[in-house]
Write a protein that binds this ligand. Structure first.
Ligand code: DX5
Ligand code: ZN
Length: 232
């Protein structure tokens, strides 16, 4: 089952790092729409993960979009490297860039789709003057740095507000903007998260922590359909 307006983006953070290529192939085969790629620098967040070399290494393993989530500070210097490594979307935290408007332009100039990421305590008004440069808005539903954390419930209200802003923008003739959520997304809460306005769902431990990736991804899509009042 595929839902054309919905993206499920498993986060490689919870994959087996000793065999990432195989994990990417398996999860796309199981129905993943995007691959979410978490970049942490032990500076902006208290953890250290993977960079452009690993992005380049997994690129040949799939044609699915690679969704690079930058948790690094500063941001700009690494953007051309990720574009060259095959990233399709690049998102960053506005607090980590001295000039977020310039950084969004830089991402697009390198041929990628661009977006801002909002930490749980970061206000949505960073969007206000850059709506025309956004392809995606990502709301963190945990504090960034680690997989396997609990979904923060106040994210639901923030999603509704972000959805309202995006819909108003599109209705006024603006380009489409995806609304992504990241952290603590599971089969049992994805329905309410979708009902609050999200159309793109990062899931790390929920997918890679399960024995059957397809079963989890299918169950997530079923819950989204149920939230719309439709049966599978
Ligand atoms: C956290 C990362 C997430 C993480 C989500 O900083 O940005 O993408 O992998 O993991 P789960 O789905 O386990 O909360
Ligand atoms: Zn992420």
């Amino acid at each position: 089952m595929t839902l054309p307006d919905i993206c499920i983006a498993p986060s490689l953070l919870s994959a087996d790092f000793s065999r990432l290529g195989e994990e990417v192939r398996n999860v796309v085969e199981a129905g993943a729409d995007w691959i979410h790629f978490d970049v942490m620098d032990n500076h902006f967040v208290p953890n250290l993960t993977i960079g452009p070399m690993v992005c380049e290494a997994i690129r040949p393993h799939t044609s699915a979009p690679i969704d690079v989530h930058l948790m690094v500070e500063p941001v700009d210097a690494i953007i051309p490297q990720f574009a060259k490594a095959g990233a399709n979307l690049i998102t960053f935290h506005p607090e980590a860039s001295r000039h977020p408007d310039r950084t969004l332009g830089l991402i697009r100039d390198h041929g990628c789709r661009a977006g801002l990421v909002f930490n749980p305590a970061t206000p949505l008004n960073w969007m206000d003057y850059v709506m025309d440069k956004l392809d995606i808005v990502l709301l963190m539903s945990v504090n960034p740095g680690f997989g396997g954390q609990q979904f923060i419930p106040s994210t639901l209200q923030k999603l509704r507000e972000a959805r309202r802003r995006i819909d108003a923008w599109v209705q006024a003739g603006g380009q489409p903007i995806r609304l992504e959520v990241d952290g603590g997304v599971k089969v049992d809460n994805i329905g309410v998260i979708h009902a609050a306005g999200a159309d793109t769902f990062v899931a790390g431990s929920a997918v890679f922590g399960a024995p059957d990736y397809r079963a989890v991804i299918d169950a997530m899509r079923s819950e989204i359909l149920k939230a719309r009042g439709l049966s599978v």
